[in-house]
Design a protein around this ligand. Structure first.
Ligand SMILES: C[S@@+](CC[C@H](N)C(=O)[O-])C[C@H]1O[C@@H](n2cnc3c(N)ncnc32)[C@H](O)[C@@H]1O
Length: 251
């Protein structure tokens, strides 16, 4: 069973409202919509993201096609889900997003508190997240890519990502009133057609490097961007191991 199959396994979503936090490229939204459709369920997905440019909305809608009927795309901040009432949601899915909320770990608690507020009693929370990439001879490019980005963001007094481990997430959720935890680890796998992704990464890095207040660093760091890209082009694009953590809001 793959990660997404395990995330949705056995869920009866008929008549249910699902919050997908956050939409991103819409991959998880699509998986959940397909699951609803395949099982002939009548359900609604509210997919939120703080950043939903029209170009992305159009792309996600295109990929959803007829499945759009299950999905509402809303621009909203996970830290403050004013668009959703208390106990209005049956299932929250949060896929590949907590690493971007966790750079301020106490702030991540605010997001979890919002998930708790909007969920009905006995409502389900599904978190998909990743372990930090490992520095092995096969994955050194990916390790460099991730940690290089963290370093550049830090030099700009900003944060790129921070990967909380499942046991840390679980203890935070337990404090907030979640229970019945189930967790599974899924091994990383190679991504095909990664060139566009790596090019986009390179452009983002060069833009951030141009903002640095240390001009003498810019040339060396820009060269390193090319070196990391070249290394990944050679070794391929390996996703790190991921985990799925499931729990329920105590009734
Ligand atoms: C890697 S993407 C999520 C991937 C997505 N779940 C998918 O399956 O394609 C992370 C997303 O989190 C969003 N995000 C970050 N902070 C947020 C916040 N405070 N509120 C809402 N969305 C946020 C970003 O805009 C980004 O689109």
């Amino acid at each position: 069973m793959d990660l997404y199959q395990w995330a949705v396994a056995g869920l009866d979503l008929d008549g249910k409202t699902i919050l997908d936090a956050a939409t991103g490229a819409g991959e998880a939204t699509l998986v959940w919509a397909e699951y609803i459709h395949k099982h002939n369920m009548d359900a609604r997905i509210i997919s939120v993201d703080i950043d939903q440019p029209q170009e992305w909305i159009d792309k996600i809608r295109g990929e959803l096609g007829d499945l759009q009927k299950y999905v509402e795309l809303i621009q909203a901040d996970i830290f403050q889900l004013d668009c959703l009432g208390d106990e209005s949601i049956d299932v929250v899915n949060c896929d590949s997003t907590i690493v971007f909320l966790n750079p301020r770990p106490l702030k991540l608690l605010t997001a979890f508190k919002e998930f708790h507020r909007v969920l009905k009693p006995e409502g389900k929370l599904v978190i998909v997240s990743e372990f930090p990439p490992e520095n092995t001879p096969q994955t050194m490019g990916q390790w460099q890519r991730w940690n290089f980005a963290k370093a550049i963001w830090a030099l700009n007094a900003e944060t790129w990502s921070a990967e909380p481990r499942p046991e840390e997430v679980e203890s935070a959720l337990e404090l907030l009133g979640f229970a019945d935890f189930q967790c599974q680890r899924f091994p990383g796998y190679p991504i095909r057609d990664f060139q566009a992704c790596i090019d986009e990464w390179g452009e983002m890095m060069l833009e951030k490097i141009s903002e640095l207040v240390w001009p003498e660093l810019k040339k060396a760091l820009s060269q390193q961007v090319q070196a990391v890209k070249a290394r990944i082009s050679e070794e391929g694009f390996m996703l790190p191991d991921q985990y799925v953590l499931k729990c329920i809001k105590k009734g």
